[in-house]
Design a protein around this ligand. Sequence first.
Ligand SMILES: Cc1cc2nc3c(=O)[nH]c(=O)nc-3n(C[C@H](O)[C@H](O)[C@H](O)COP(=O)(O)OP(=O)(O)OC[C@H]3O[C@@H](n4cnc5c(N)ncnc54)[C@H](O)[C@@H]3O)c2cc1C
Ligand SMILES: NC(=O)c1ccc[n+]([C@@H]2O[C@H](COP(=O)([O-])OP(=O)(O)OC[C@H]3O[C@@H](n4cnc5c(N)ncnc54)[C@H](O)[C@@H]3O)[C@@H](O)[C@H]2O)c1
Length: 481
Amino acid sequence: MHQPHDYDYDVLIIGAGSAGLAALRAVRRRTQRFALIDQGPWGTTCARVGCMPSKLLLEAAHAFHRRHQFEAFGLRGAEQLHADIPAVLQRVRDERDRFVQGVLASTADLGQRAITGRARILDPHTVEIDGQRTLSARSLVIATGSSPHIPQEWQALGPRLLTTDSLFEQNDLPRRIAVLGLGPLGVEMAQALAHLGLDVTAFSSSQHLAGIRDPQVRAALQQSLSSAMRLQLGQEPRLLTADAGAITIAAGEVSVQVDAMLAATGRRPRIAGLGLENLGLPLNERGLPEVDPHTLQLGQLPVFWAGDMNADRALLHEAADEGEIAGNNAMAEHPHAFARRTPLAITFTEPSVASVGLTYDDHWSDEVAIGGVDFANQGRARAGLRNQGVLRLYAKAEGGELLGAQLCAPAGEHLAHLIAWAIARRATVAELLDMPFYHPTIEEGLRTALRDVQAHIHPPRHPAPPPVPAYCEQSSLDCLD
Ligand SMILES: Cc1cc2nc3c(=O)[nH]c(=O)nc-3n(C[C@H](O)[C@H](O)[C@H](O)COP(=O)(O)OP(=O)(O)OC[C@H]3O[C@@H](n4cnc5c(N)ncnc54)[C@H](O)[C@@H]3O)c2cc1C
Ligand SMILES: NC(=O)c1ccc[n+]([C@@H]2O[C@H](COP(=O)([O-])OP(=O)(O)OC[C@H]3O[C@@H](n4cnc5c(N)ncnc54)[C@H](O)[C@@H]3O)[C@@H](O)[C@H]2O)c1
């Protein structure tokens, strides 16, 4: 039987992204015998090419787009404004670099415990670095993230094919651009580019936009997007020609010519060459082992998995939670099962889009009460010329516990947080209506939606549910066991 000191380390963390860094914080509280391995570049997907540069670009785009309302406010001269795209992109990179520096500072003190190299798993305790040296550990945390997936047929576009890995590195952007794929990433970037004044055509093979399932919210989002770009939904786009002059893309009967294309066709876990097959676990058709969502353990092995490799919760706060769970369990005698937070996903368009808690389902029976608000005539939204979008709430028809929401609404990112916190506290619609609402605010729109759903709720026939589980020491997440 191995003793802990038979290994070089207690824990090896593979991947220094947001998940790996959260695992590092959890592991460091218990041991100094760890190493963090990254193939580089260090600095995390979120800071380098993900959340932060995309939000920087969106902020510039939203600010510029606001000029279309100036006339209605009585403000003149908006037509003289123009977007200096090279300057916009330079600011994105300058600010992005500051965020990356902040991340790099968090591992600056690791010394030799920060290892730059490509890791390959040889067995559940052994990792090879760049095919040159091997390291062993009692436990492993695998947090290697995801990278853009580009369908084969589009790869022929060469440098005219952009992804979010290359978009922010451009010094300038061509006039006509296609965006392929309208998940959260495609929707955000398509609106950013369109609001900066580019001629955007956005394609999605499905009818879904930003993963929204509620038909009313989806319609509101489609209406808002289509005011700034051409949308081609529900048809598989095809590359017709790509010559020196233009790229021609067709979808159904429609064809368009563009100068470049941004692929937003999803991301895939970074597992190529990682050696998952050496763990001795069954792998599914995508080459992934089964992972317990509460312990993040792989089988019964001392191996834990965190971050974007779990494609169903590929979001920053989920990556951070998973890193913490994986880091704690990598050091635990026996892995603990942790509760996961209320699902919350926000897409930072204008109006912003969010999905909270239980996802809308066409097949719901009358057990779920649905209510909503249209912001067209909402007081504060009208005052700010932001009176566009809808919010829909889903609650238990019996008793009125709030279960979920989808929205495309002004200040949607803030409304989504209020709703997520209420769901996490298992609040009922009636309890939320007892809360203060200041006047005049966008939050009053939430109150209108709560009143609407309250009209469909009937009193509970059963006693209240048991209290929430005990708080788990050393973690901000609830322990299930
Ligand atoms: C454009 C864009 C916008 C986004 N916007 C948001 C947003 O607004 N809000 C939000 O919540 N989420 C957003 N996301 C998602 C968010 O960025 C990710 O969920 C998060 O960054 C995942 O972190 P991670 O630690 O799993 O992966 P990463 O940060 O990618 O870390 C993985 C690390 O593993 C390393 N690695 C990989 N393979 C190996 C190997 N074999 N050996 C050694 N090292 C290896 C990599 O170099 C990398 O540093 C966005 C993503 C993108 C692309
Ligand atoms: N604001 C945020 O929180 C935010 C922003 C961006 C990305 N993200 C995260 O990053 C991850 C990746 O986002 P994403 O939007 O790239 O992926 P996604 O998988 O959510 O969406 C990809 C979309 O592309 C479409 N598609 C795929 N192949 C296509 C093809 N050949 N032609 C046309 N359409 C095609 C799919 O139908 C799908 O709608 C997500 O999991 C998301 O959570 C989050």
